[in-house]
Ligand binder design. Sequence first.
Ligand code: UTP
Length: 293
Amino acid sequence: MAKRVRKAIFPVGGMGTRFLPATKAMPKEMLPVVDRPLIQYAVDEARAAGIEQFIFVTGRGKSAIEDHFDHSVELEALLRDRDKDDALADLRETLLPPGDIAYVRQQEPLGLGHAVWCARHLVGDEPFAVLLADDLIMADTPCLKQMTDVFEETGGNVVAAMEVPDDQTSRYGIIDAGGATGDVRPVEGLVEKPAAGTAPSNLAVIGRYILMPEVFTELERQETGAGGEIQLTDAMARLIDRQAFHGLAFEGERFDCGDKLGFLEANIAFALSRDDLGPGTRDMIARLSKAFA
Ligand code: UTP
């Protein structure tokens, strides 16, 4: 079995109900943070981690994503005619080599586990990554690269994890690390959205995973879990006793862009971190804070 992670799945089949009406006709993953859509950040992160094959699990109304990663012949011609070289270069960066990108359709949004299972034939029998574009991560070393570095040491499954406050554990998949400390912790158990007060720890799984192909066999059962959805966490939990399984407390700042406040926070943070927009954004925040105090 290949030791390197070459393939990544991008599940983009969700309904994005928390962002309606913005997501009525546009996929959530196309919402822009500053000047690029969420899905572009996820693809760039995967490229930086050495991913070579990009598998999108799409649903109805997601064709804007396919267009985004394709040539826009008219737009490119127009920019060339007008000598807008910088904009042209930005546009070219969205392209992936021909044949490296594949789309498979999740006909019904039955859950993240189901979305991942829909990509089983394209992944085959090798380790693979899953990136949820609505989890946007700002980090010096891209989060998935941090994870592939760990994978090369440990093998097996690697999930990105972060500490969350007690009152938020019921929103996440929570890791039981048996009291282990450090950045890389062996996972002894996993619980999806534990009821308040029952979480085994404060260590939450976020939207980055390196998984072994055996998870597809577990997903094949099509069992529903929390929220009546086919949960990826439940399938992963069944592999813990059989395979190496680690949680990486990654270095970086994660923004939950599936949530309005998290999305706004991401926009502000990414603008502040840029040389061209940082100073203007700082002034704007100071002015608006006074105006709406
Ligand atoms: P979310 O739990 O954020 O669901 O999915 P959602 O439908 O996208 O958004 P809300 O909660 O209705 O606002 C987490 C990730 O899993 C994908 C989503 O696209 C998102 O990246 N997903 C979820 C699927 O691809 N298919 C599904 O059936 C469910």
